[in-house]
Design a protein around this ligand. Structure first.
Ligand code: RIB
Ligand code: CA
Length: 320
């Protein structure tokens, strides 16, 4: 059983990552959600976190509100693919729950100190909260068991030709995290998440499964699929963050390389993750593992296998 804290900016793919994590009750103990400015502002993101927990019936899981802006920069532009409310504009009622008093960074610092070497951090939004915790507590890095990030890319970006959204929103935070010296840091970026594509057939299956969770996923991905069609006339949508949860459940879902990663914080390539594979750049050393590809079929077997296990055989038939 892995104890995890998901640092998140829900966000439609964040919602799927969280629901998948909550469905894996034997494998993952979700201690809390910490929220961060990213896809939309931190107020909306925090409300969305509670809505997702309400869908999963998990009012027992606390939410800690984090940073409303990047570490040093002025605020960022919201993402354009999650709807104005950040959760597909499906008109969900706000939860009556409130975030805890403690800030996200202070909670992260306290919790990993209380359970040294036990907790996996799962940041699937900009790294502002994680970087703040690194800066505030000199022992934070050594208290953390592992950090499994959705962000960055070896090649390309999705906001600029070189920058992925989570790193683009707060490059200084990402730079701090990769320089901090975490023992077990895994960067799951666009080179891998591009294989995690929810196509129209699997999305229709979610509708036909007809449970609150499946219908929620079908509904929130409408806006997300529309945005992806606008990007490149491709049907479906990329479930970036959910790949992180799938990796926690089965590391064989993706291929990784040992590498040294630095993050650019200025100029034309601002927000770019510069990846030095150790096999080629031996002098740079290693500060993380980087995902270079993912197994689409395995991902959806994990996704449906945990969330809707009685439909796993249909998924296997659909995927061929
Ligand atoms: O680039 C993909 C990332 O940006 C995901 O975390 C998605 O939620 C958006 O925040
Ligand atoms: Ca996210």
């Amino acid at each position: 059983m892995r104890k995890i804290i998901i640092d998140t900016d829900p966000g439609i793919d964040d919602a799927l990552a969280i629901l998948l994590a909550l469905s894996a009750k034997e494998e993952l103990d979700v201690l809390a959600l910490t929220t961060v400015n990213g896809n939309v502002d931190v107020e909306k993101v925090t409300k969305n976190a509670f809505k997702i927990l309400d869908v999963a019936g998990r009012a027992d899981i606390p939410v800690y509100k984090g940073n409303g802006k990047p570490l040093v920069r002025e605020n960022s532009m919201p993402a354009d693919c999650h709807g104005d409310d950040g959760l597909g504009n499906i008109g969900m009622t706000d939860s009556d729950r409130m975030p805890e008093e403690e800030s996200a960074a202070d909670f992260l610092i306290r919790k990993v100190r209380e359970e040294k070497g036990e907790i996996t951090l799962v940041p699937i939004g900009p790294l502002t909260n994680i970087a703040e915790a690194v800066q505030k507590d000199p022992e934070f890095v050594s208290n953390v068991k592992e950090v499994i990030i959705m962000g960055g890319a070896v090649y390309g970006g999705n906001v600029t030709p070189h920058a992925e959204f989570n790193f683009w929103v707060d490059p200084e935070a990402a730079k701090i995290v990769f320089q901090a010296g975490f023992n077990n840091l895994v960067m799951i970026g666009l080179d891998a998440t591009k294989y995690v594509w929810l196509d129209p057939v699997l999305r229709e299956l979610l509708y036909q499964i007809h449970t609150p969770a499946s219908r929620f996923i079908h509904k929130v991905t409408r806006v997300y699929a529309d945005a992806h069609w606008g990007y490149g006339q491709k049907l479906g949508c990329e479930l970036c963050d959910a790949l992180v949860t799938a990796y926690l459940l089965d590391e064989n879902v993706l291929d990784t390389i040992d590498a040294f990663v630095e993050v650019e914080t200025q100029g034309l390539c601002d927000g770019a993750s510069v990846v030095y594979p150790v096999t080629k750049f031996t002098d740079k050393g290693i500060n993380c593992k980087v995902a270079v590809s993912a197994d689409t079929k395995k991902f959806f077997e994990i996704f449906f296998g945990y969330l809707f296990p009685e439909y796993l055989e249909i998924v296997r038939t659909i995927q061929g």
